[in-house]
Ligand binder design. Structure first.
Ligand code: NAG
Ligand code: NAG
Ligand code: NAG
Ligand code: NAG
Ligand code: NAG
Ligand code: NAG
Ligand code: NAG
Ligand code: CU
Length: 406
C-alpha cells in the first residue's frame, strides 16, 4: 500500500470575472524573486497586499450578488500567528484542546484508534493520503480540510477568533524562538526533548536520488506548552526515522497512544521556505501543474518544496509521517500558509488561475486515474462537512468560503 516512505518531499512521489475591471494596477508588483532576503520579504508583503486588495475589490464589486454569498461584512480574516495577542492564542489553543476532548464520530470498526473529534481529521487524512498529495486535488482538498477543521472549532468548541497561519519565512532564523513553536503556554508546544544520538533524515522515494535533511535540535517528546499531555492516537503509517529507516504499524488506524515528538529544524525552513523560496514559488510558476509540483517538491529535483519544508521542519512524530501529519497540532498553521500562498498565486491572474486544476486522483498518477476536474467530488469522511465538488473550493470567497489573509 505504501508507494514510498517519504511522500511529502519526493514523489514516486475561466472565466473572465467582471471584478477584474475594478482591481488595482499590478504594474508595481515584482515579477521575479529577489535573492536578498530583506527585499524578498517586501516582495511577499506586496504580493499579499495585492491579493488582499483584489479580494476586497471583488467583494465590493459583487456586493449585490446572490443572498447568502460572501460579503465584506461576513468576511473572516486569517492572520499570522505572531500577530495574535496572547489571549487570542489561548482562545485558539483551548478550542483545539476542546476538539481533542470530544468523542470521535468515526466508527471504531473503521479506525479503532480514532478516539476524539480531532482524531476524525487524522483518520481521514491517513485514509486518503494517496489520493490527496501529488494529485489534482491537493490544494483544494487541503483548503477544504483546513476550513472544515476551523468550522469544527467554531461550531463544536465555541471558537470565535481569527484562524491562524505559520508565516514560515519569518521564522527562518529560529523556530525555537517563534510564536508557533517557542514552547510557551501560548504556542502550539515547542521542541522535543533533545536526543543526543540522532542521525540525519534521508528521504528515499522510487528511483530518485535521496534527499538528506539535517537533524533538528530535539527529537523526543515535547517538554512544555499546551500539548504536553496530548496523545497521538494513530499511526505510524510511514514515519521517517533518523538514519533513513521508515516505521509503519500493521494497521495505522489502530490505537497506539504515544507522546507528540518534535525535532525542530530551522535549517529546513531556511533552505526550503525562506522569503526568496516562497516568492519564487509564487512568481516563477505560471502553470498550476508547475506551481503545485514546486510547492510539494519535484521528485528527483532535490527539493522538498515549502510543503515538505514545513512538515519536516517540525520533525518528530507524526511531523515526519505524511499520512498522520495532522496529528501534530501545528499542521493547521502550516496548511493555513500553504493555502495563503495558493491564494496569492491565484490572485495574480484570476482569469486563468482561479479555476486552474492539473493532475489526477492518484499520487503522481500511480496507479493511473482520471484527471481531476471542477466536477471532481471531495469527501472528507467523518472529519466534517458534506462531499463537495472542486468547483466550490477554488475561491476563498466562493461557495461556502468567505475568508481573506492578512
Ligand atoms: C492595496 O491597497 C492599499 C490601500 O489602498 C494600497 O496602499 C496598497 O498599495 C495596495 N497594494 C498593492 C500591492 O497595490
Ligand atoms: C476510508 O475510505 C473509504 C473509501 O472512501 C471509506 O469507505 C471508509 O469509511 C474510510 N475510512 C475512514 C476511517 O474514514
Ligand atoms: C539512541 O539511544 C537510545 C537510548 O540509549 C537507543 O534506544 C537508540 O537505539 C539509539 N539510537 C541510535 C540511532 O543509535
Ligand atoms: C499535564 O498533566 C499533568 C498531570 O496531570 C498536569 O499537572 C499538567 O497541568 C498538564 N499539563 C497540560 C499543559 O495540560
Ligand atoms: C532559500 O531558498 C532557496 C530555494 O529553496 C535556496 O536555493 C536557497 O539556498 C535558500 N537560501 C538560504 C540562505 O538557505
Ligand atoms: C488529462 O490531462 C492531461 C494534462 O493536462 C492531458 O494531456 C490529457 O489529455 C487529459 N486527459 C483527458 C482524458 O482529458
Ligand atoms: C469574487 O467573489 C465571488 C463571491 O462574491 C466569488 O464567487 C468569486 O469566485 C470571487 N472571485 C475571485 C477572483 O476570488
Ligand atoms: Cu496532507
Amino acid at each position: 500500500m505504501m508507494i514510498g516512505s517519504n511522500l511529502f518531499g519526493l514523489g514516486l512521489c475561466a472565466l473572465l470575472l467582471p471584478s477584474l475591471a475594478v482591481t488595482e494596477s499590478t504594474s508595481t508588483l515584482p515579477t521575479a524573486a529577489a535573492t536578498s532576503t530583506a527585499v524578498a520579504a517586501v516582495q511577499l508583503d506586496d504580493l499579499a497586499s495585492h491579493a488582499y486588495n483584489q479580494t476586497v475589490a471583488n467583494l465590493t464589486a459583487g456586493s449585490n450578488s446572490k443572498r447568502g454569498g460572501c460579503t465584506l461584512e461576513t468576511l473572516k480574516v486569517r492572520r499570522d500567528w505572531s500577530t495574535f495577542s496572547k489571549a487570542e492564542r489561548k482562545e485558539y489553543i483551548n478550542s483545539v484542546l476542546c476538539l481533542q476532548s470530544l468523542p470521535a464520530r468515526t466508527p471504531a470498526s473503521l479506525a479503532a484508534g480514532a478516539k476524539t473529534r480531532y482524531d476524525d481529521f487524522v483518520a481521514t487524512h491517513i485514509n486518503q493520503t494517496l489520493y490527496i498529495h501529488y494529485t489534482g486535488t491537493f490544494l483544494a482538498w487541503h483548503r477544504y480540510f483546513t476550513w472544515q477543521f476551523e468550522q469544527a472549532l467554531r461550531d463544536e468548541c465555541g471558537f470565535t477568533g481569527d484562524f491562524p497561519y505559520w508565516n514560515w519565512p519569518a521564522t527562518a532564523n529560529s523556530l525555537e524562538d517563534s510564536a508557533v513553536f517557542d514552547g510557551s503556554d501560548t504556542s502550539m508546544s515547542g521542541n522535543g526533548e533533545y536526543v543526543s544520538n540522532e542521525s540525519e533524515i534521508i528521504l528515499y522515494l522510487g528511483d530518485t536520488p535521496p534527499v538528506d535533511l539535517p537533524r533538528g535540535t530535539g527529537g523526543g517528546c515535547v517538554t512544555s506548552g499546551p500539548f504536553l499531555n496530548y496523545t497521538v492516537n494513530m499511526g505510524p503509517a510511514a514515519l521517517s526515522l533518523p538514519g533513513g529507516t521508515t516505521q509503519s504499524s500493521a494497521n495505522p488506524f489502530d490505537y497506539n497512544p504515544r507522546c507528540l515528538k518534535r525535532d525542530l529544524t530551522t535549517a529546513i525552513i531556511e533552505q526550503y521556505a525562506n522569503y526568496t523560496a516562497v516568492v519564487d514559488l509564487i512568481l516563477a510558476n505560471n502553470d498550476i501543474w508547475d506551481f503545485e509540483m514546486a510547492m510539494q517538491g519535484v521528485p528527483g529535483s532535490g527539493s522538498i518544496g515549502v510543503h515538505g519544508g514545513g512538515h519536516y521542519a517540525m520533525g518528530g512524530d507524526p511531523g515526519r509521517d505524511v499520512y498522520v501529519s495532522p496529528g501534530d497540532p501545528a499542521f493547521w498553521h502550516h496548511h493555513g500558509m500553504i493555502d495563503r500562498v495558493w491564494w496569492i498565486w491565484q490572485s495574480l491572474d484570476p482569469a486563468h488561475r482561479l479555476e486552474a486544476i492539473s493532475g489526477t486522483g492518484t499520487f503522481l498518477n500511480e496507479p493511473p486515474s482520471a484527471n481531476t476536474t471542477l466536477d471532481t467530488v471531495i469527501d472528507i469522511g467523518y472529519a466534517n462537512g458534506d462531499p463537495i465538488a472542486m468547483r466550490q473550493l477554488m475561491s476563498t470567497t466562493g461557495g461556502d468560503f468567505c475568508y481573506i489573509y492578512m
